[in-house]
Design a protein. Structure first.
Length: 352
């Protein structure tokens, strides 16, 4: 056997019956990049994107808080002593009379609650749909993505906040309405000793103890002021420079009055509550303040400031995207300027 040839297993003594050893087949494993796996894991799923796109969580929380606000109507109203006037005839005789501040005649409501809800919810929604889907077909009107969604959320949040505070305060204070005696079915024939409750209508008595604050005023102001803020933001009247043209100036002031027209309607609704002897003036003022604050908070939570020329009328999602794009362009411009300055320095050093 030549020395340069390796012996086979059969040539080696004692290995005639050993099987031939064959190497295992090579297996190839394809590994995905780790970055791709991390990106797929961090990418939100379709249902998560839909939840974020339609702001389902915020709508759900608003609905829960509204149900909490309505549950306050089941609370017991603060049982204050019935107001009376003590008249001392002599040292031994005292008679009691009804308090004239709550002894007005109960009148028919000019604005029932059901009509206020239809008007306060229907008019803002119809106005929003008109500006987003009808006017763009005939005039050059800004089309804002997701504006309907954000306006509905603002309206729901404002109504929820005002209802929550109004109903809670009503049942905690238990203030008497101006027509309390007439509302509770007071027994005018009985001689009152100043202690006995002469009300004959328990439901009317409960309703007569919920004067402060005015629910009509708070609801009217939260819906109508929110609509006013929305119209001012869409028109951007508060952030444009004054025009030198008399015609354009007159057009702007006309638009301003049209934007503030909803507040005129809310003021009328609030005043009718005193005319109908359902609320005192302080109740109306408190309800109006509650509604106005709730409207401002709801609008500022979802929209940019009406005094900013760049972001007026834009939902905060559009504002954030605009700010992000502006910051990206600024960063790119800054990096480009740095590269140009560095290249200038290099060229100057080479010349030197």
């Amino acid at each position: 056997m030549p020395c340069n040839v390796a012996p086979s297993p059969c040539d080696v003594p004692g290995t005639e019956f050993l099987p031939a050893m064959t190497p295992p087949p090579a297996t190839t494993t394809v590994w995905k990049p780790r970055e791709e796996d991390d990106a797929n894991a961090q990418r939100p799923k379709r249902w998560q994107r839909l939840l974020c796109e339609y702001r389902v969580a915020e709508f759900g929380c608003t609905l829960v808080m509204f149900l909490v606000a309505k549950s306050f109507t089941l609370m017991a109203v603060n049982d204050r002593p019935i107001p009376k006037i003590e008249i001392r005839l002599n040292s031994t005789t005292t008679i009691y009379a009804r308090d004239p501040t709550v002894d007005e005649k109960k009148l028919h409501e000019q604005v029932p609650m059901w009509s206020l809800i239809v008007f306060g919810v229907g008019v803002p929604i119809l106005t929003n749909l008109l500006l987003n889907y009808v006017l763009p077909k005939f005039r050059n009107v800004r089309v804002i993505p997701h504006d309907v969604r954000d306006f509905l959320l603002s309206l729901a949040q404002g109504v929820t906040m005002s209802t929550l505070l109004t109903q809670f305060t009503k049942h905690v204070t238990g203030r008497f309405r101006p027509s309390f005696y007439d509302m509770c079915g007071w027994d005018y024939d009985a001689v009152w000793d100043g202690v006995t409750n002469l009300c004959t209508d328990p439901a009317g008595e409960r309703e007569g103890r919920k004067s402060f604050p005015s629910g009509h005023a708070s609801f009217a102001w939260v819906t109508m002021l929110l609509l006013t803020l929305y119209l001012l933001g869409r028109s951007r009247l508060n952030c444009r420079s004054r025009s030198a043209s008399a015609v354009r100036g007159g057009t702007k002031i006309l638009k301003l009055f049209l934007c503030c027209a909803p507040c005129l309607a809310s003021s009328w609704v609030a005043i009718t509550r005193s005319i109908d002897n359902w609320h005192h003036y302080s109740d109306i003022l408190a309800g109006s303040i509650i509604g106005a604050i709730a409207a401002c908070l709801a609008y500022s939570y979802n929209y940019g400031s009406i005094f900013c020329s760049e972001y007026a009328g834009l939902p905060f999602e559009a504002v954030h995207e605009k700010v992000k794009s502006e910051s990206t362009s600024d960063d790119f411009q800054e990096a480009q300027e740095k590269m140009e300055s560095q290249s200038t320095r290099v060229s100057n050093s080479q010349r030197a």
